[in-house]
Design a protein around this ligand. Structure first.
Ligand code: CUA
Length: 340
């Protein structure tokens, strides 16, 4: 196949125009969330590798197409058949071999990234994730099972998540971490993340799991390592001792203040019942105070106070470790009795 010099120049110009336009579409809208994890960096590298190949091939195809439309268009009144064209063995071999090599390279690159992203090492921090319609909760099994409904992580350390679901399929996703993992009832699934930037990022459920699916969100706070260690140690001490501070720490870690009022904790939430009034509420429900408080945490829909909707309080607190649940119940009873 001989290509005249003028034709070659035109093809190259057309390819450059098509390539520039497509590159603009690929780069300008910021399709990807900013990366805040090593695993996300690797996934983004695969995406860009594939994108660059796609842009190049698209530009070549568009250039050939545009050139043919411009130069080989038949006259409007020409009804004759086109000339018979035989295959070109060399060209056919080329356009089979090149895509084969490119697709194979994508597969190999992806396999390497998948394997690397699953590598956890021996110094990983373990975090248990519990998903339930429609809330997330987190526990630190190596630190007294400290429980929290906001996820805190240290920057620069690999974290191994063990994910469980108490009801249906959910999916754990932090866009800035890229890795995504389903939670499956009856199974423990895993995902590994190494945060690279401090900051606050959303945790999103990405598996349609029921009416509350769009609001099944939480927050991850990536902290400096020393700050995180200090926080975790303080929580482990507070919740582990079973002392007066244990219940208060459990209350704070699980975000009870977001919805409830409790003077002793400085909480002023108005979404759920006022916890300073627990003795009165228990009487109204006709239950002993301790039983009432415990059941309201573990199975919040068992008794609904008038004026408050059912199904708003998450059921995830049923998975609180027993010592933390005991401490919380004791704290709520003591605080509400002391409130005036
Ligand atoms: Cu849980 Cu969607």
């Amino acid at each position: 196949m001989r290509v005249r010099k003028g034709a070659a120049v035109q093809l190259v110009v057309l390819a450059l125009i098509a390539g520039a336009l497509t590159t603009g579409v690929a780069v300008i809208p910021h399709w990807l969330p900013p990366s805040a994890a090593e695993q996300a960096d690797r996934i983004h590298a695969v995406i860009w590798y594939v994108t660059i190949i796609c842009v190049a091939i698209f530009a070549i195809v568009v250039a050939a197409l545009a050139y043919s439309i411009i130069h080989f268009r038949v006259a409007p009144d020409d009804d004759s058949d086109g000339p018979p064209v035989h295959g070109h063995t060399g060209l056919e071999a080329l356009w089979t071999a090149v895509p084969f090599l490119l697709v194979t390279s994508m597969a190999v690159f992806s396999a390497i990234v998948l394997a690397r992203n699953d590598r956890t090492g021996s110094n990983a921090l373990h975090v248990d994730v519990t998903a339930q319609q429609f809330a997330w909760s987190f526990k630190y099994p190596d630190s007294n099972n400290v429980a929290s409904n906001v996820l805190r992580l240290p920057v620069g350390r690999t974290v191994r998540f063990n994910l469980r679901s108490l009801d249906v399929l959910h999916s754990f996703w932090v866009p800035e971490f890229s890795q995504k993992q389903d939670t499956v009832p009856g199974l423990v699934t895993h995902v590994t993340i190494t945060p690279t930037k401090t900051g606050v990022y959303p945790i999103i459920c990405t598996e349609l799991c029921g009416l509350g699916h769009p609001v099944m969100r939480s927050t991850v706070i990536v902290m400096k390592a020393a700050q995180f260690d200090k926080w975790l140690k303080a929580q482990a001490q507070a919740t582990g001792g079973g002392g007066a501070n244990a219940g208060k720490a459990v209350f704070a870690n699980n975000g009870c203040n977001a919805c409830h009022t409790l003077q002793a904790a400085g909480a002023t939430g108005k979404i759920g019942p006022d916890l300073d009034k627990l003795p009165g509420l228990a009487e109204k429900a006709g239950q002993p105070l301790e039983q009432f408080v415990r059941e309201s945490i573990v199975n919040p829909d068992a008794y609904i106070e008038t004026g408050f909707p059912k199904g708003v309080m998450p059921h995830t607190f049923a998975s609180l470790p027993k010592d933390q649940l005991d401490a919380l119940v004791k704290y709520l009873i003591d605080s509400s009795k002391g409130a005036k």
